[in-house]
Design a protein around this ligand. Structure first.
Ligand code: GRG
Length: 296
């Protein structure tokens, strides 16, 4: 399997679905739909929706049945980036290589665009049940999983602790809590929702949860490393922003070398948790390994 080709194929499927499922720019009021689409169609890697598709594929399901969920996850991720970039949060000018949403549309429209993306995500989730009544239970379970991951005990919890910890030294427990939630929760929900819709059992879900937890952590550690030594042209966002906002990151707490070792450990653990999937776990194994040398 060529991971890059596989990623491109899935990315294309997701982008076509997003284009179809999101309101067009000529839908009134134009400005909000322009801002929402600006925040979504801007070169994101689409990793989270790709994980939704993979969760389904691993359990023998098809991509089409989980596409609304995959799009919902990407809309939630895009909303979080729009709000995270606002002056009241990280105050960033560059995202995915383009001026941030609030710089183009103003703070008020950017806030509303984020709200619109989040709300649209749950509208799409309501369509995940399709025409098959036996899917109701699974769709509700997936819906709850995603809502919890995005909410105040998931991604928002991580963001809050990140914000209130600025300028302070934090212990390892707080650093891990922040990133399990801020970054890990959505990765976890992505893999799990796809798998739930395709009939995964509890032990399969647990294995995917363990994988996603370590994957998310490795992803965050490499994100912290890229913030220090990345190339803005590749990452598409300003480097050095963590230091400017006095954030405790894996790099500021453990240094670059130790952070690299930690990311390697996380990837090893992620791969280990795929034991029961044997051959069919190849995509997730390759994906985990691809985090270590990533440049964007
Ligand atoms: C505002 C509720 C709220 C939450 C914000 C996700 C988040 C929480 C903030 C974004 C900033 C950040 C560095 C988050 C860590 C997760 C992360 C590395 C996001 C970037 O994800 P990529 O690299 O982005 O997958 P693309 O652009 O490829 O989609």
């Amino acid at each position: 399997m060529d991971l890059q080709i596989e990623l491109e194929i899935r990315k294309k499927i997701i982008e076509e679905a997003l284009d179809k499922l999101m309101p067009t720019e000529d839908c009134r009021p134009h400005v909000i739909h322009q801002a929402m689409r600006y925040a979504v169609f801007n070169g994101g890697k689409r990793l989270r929706p790709i994980l939704v598709l993979e969760g389904a594929r691993l359990m023998g399901g098809d991509y089409a049945s989980v596409l609304p969920i995959a799009c919902a996850v990407e809309l939630i991720h895009s909303y979080s980036l729009v709000h995270d970039d606002l002056p009241a949060m990280d105050d960033d000018d560059l995202r995915r290589g383009k001026p941030t949403c609030h710089l183009v549309y103003g703070d008020a429209i950017a806030i509303l665009a984020g709200d619109g993306l989040l709300t649209l995500a749950f509208e799409l989730m309501s369509t995940a049940v399709g025409n098959e009544p036996t899917n109701h239970k699974k769709a509700l379970e997936a819906w709850g999983e995603l809502a919890q991951a995005a909410g105040s005990r998931g991604m928002i919890a991580g963001q809050v602790v990140d914000l209130i910890s600025e300028g302070q030294e934090i212990d390892e427990d707080t650093l891990l809590y922040t990133h399990y939630n801020k970054t890990g929760a959505l990765f976890k929900a992505s893999l799990k929702t796809g798998a739930i819709m395709s009939g995964a059992n509890d032990s399969q879900l647990k294995a995917l949860e363990d994988y996603a937890q370590q994957f998310g952590l490795a992803f965050q550690i490499t994100d912290d490393i890229l913030d220090v030594e990345g190339d803005e042209l590749l990452t598409g966002k300003a480097c050095g922003s963590d230091a400017r906002s006095e954030k405790s990151t894996f790099v500021s707490v453990y240094g670059l070398d130790q952070s690299r070792k930690m990311a390697e450990q996380c990837v090893k653990k992620a791969i280990h948790s795929l034991g029961k999937f044997e051959e069919s776990g190849e995509f997730l194994r390759e994906l985990a390994l691809s985090i270590l040398p990533r440049r964007k």
